[in-house]
Ligand binder design. Structure first.
Ligand code: SAM
Length: 288
């Protein structure tokens, strides 16, 4: 049974880091005119109402996208993210990863979105309907792990897979590693970005599972592994999710530099006032 709903968390600090990283990778794919594919294994609803009951219950967006919209950045990539999200925020909405991709990709590109939740898939179809004229938007009501392996290697053969699970059960961390190992075998040149939470001991048995998953991904048979992470508070017992990050397999050239350029500003606006905010980019496996 799937109980996670992203509407409680949409636009929080983790979404900001994830979606800026996603944007930076898609920008790299667009440098060449050749078609690219974007695959989202855990798509969510695609669009979230910030005045809705769920978002209003947690108000997580206030220390995420609201903080990012409160000023005009002079950093090019952050300014582009502010611009892309601006009209949504004006309507009290926040775009999820499928809509961010759909807004950025070109006629020649392709999008495949998978979602397993019975209600979220309907929301996703509705929210992607405006992009229906792009014959190349595919929405699949299926398990993202099974679905990913079924469609690899994709056509076109260059692109990004975003794996953004809700990690509702502890076993899911292992499922990510096992699926990724098979996916890389089927598509060795694909870019894979895997989101993960950083959890304090309050998370019980899930605390430390992201760190274990990261080291297992770094040991996979692939060309390179980049890690980007942001802590927004101290890792103390009751901090809950004190930060988040993404592991990027086959990161495009200079993604590390682009991330280094945006992270200080993200920490300055999202890192809280307790002086524990920090962010870093590190190669766990450097490309040759
Ligand atoms: N990627 C979205 C974004 O950034 O806007 C957020 C996705 S949310 C963290 C995770 C989503 O995965 C939820 O909507 C959940 O219903 C869905 N989900 C959970 N298990 C799944 C599975 N095995 N396959 C596909 N979707 C799944």
């Amino acid at each position: 049974m799937l109980s996670y709903r992203h509407s409680f968390h949409a636009g929080n600090h983790a979404d900001v880091l994830k979606h800026i990283t996603q944007m930076l990778i898609i920008k790299k794919l667009k440098i060449k005119a050749k078609p690219a594919v974007y695959i989202d294994t855990h798509s969510g609803a695609g669009l979230y109402e910030l005045q809705g009951l769920e978002a209003q219950k947690t108000k997580e967006f206030l220390t995420g996208i609201t903080a990012m919209q409160a000023y005009q950045s002079e950093q090019q990539y952050i300014a582009e993210y502010q611009q892309l999200t601006h009209d949504f925020i004006e309507n009290n909405q926040y775009p999820g990863s499928p809509l961010i991709a759909a807004n950025m990709l070109r006629e020649q590109d392709k999008i495949v979105c998978m979602e397993l939740h019975n209600t979220e898939i309907d929301n996703l179809r509705h929210n992607l309907a405006d992009f229906g004229s792009l014959a190349k938007v595919g929405v699949h009501h299926r398990d993202g792990y099974e679905g990913l392996l079924a469609i690899l290697p994709p056509i076109p053969a260059r692109g990004l897979v975003l794996i953004d699970p809700s990690y509702e059960v502890a076993d899911e961390y292992q499922q990510v590693v096992m699926t990724l190992a098979k996916a890389i075998k089927k598509w060795s040149v694909g870019i894979f970005a895997i989101w993960y939470p950083l959890l304090s001991s309050r998370a019980g048995q899930k605390a430390g599972l992201s760190e274990k998953m990261i080291s297992e991904i770094a040991a996979l048979d692939c060309k390179s592994v980049l890690n980007v992470a942001m802590h927004v508070t101290e890792n103390e017992g009751d901090a809950g999710m004190y930060g988040s990050g993404l592991i990027i397999v086959n990161a495009p050239w200079q993604l590390d530099t682009d991330l280094e350029n945006v992270l200080p500003e993200l920490v300055a606006h999202l890192g809280g006032d307790d002086a524990h905010g920090k962010a870093y980019v590190e190669w766990l496996k450097k490309p040759d």
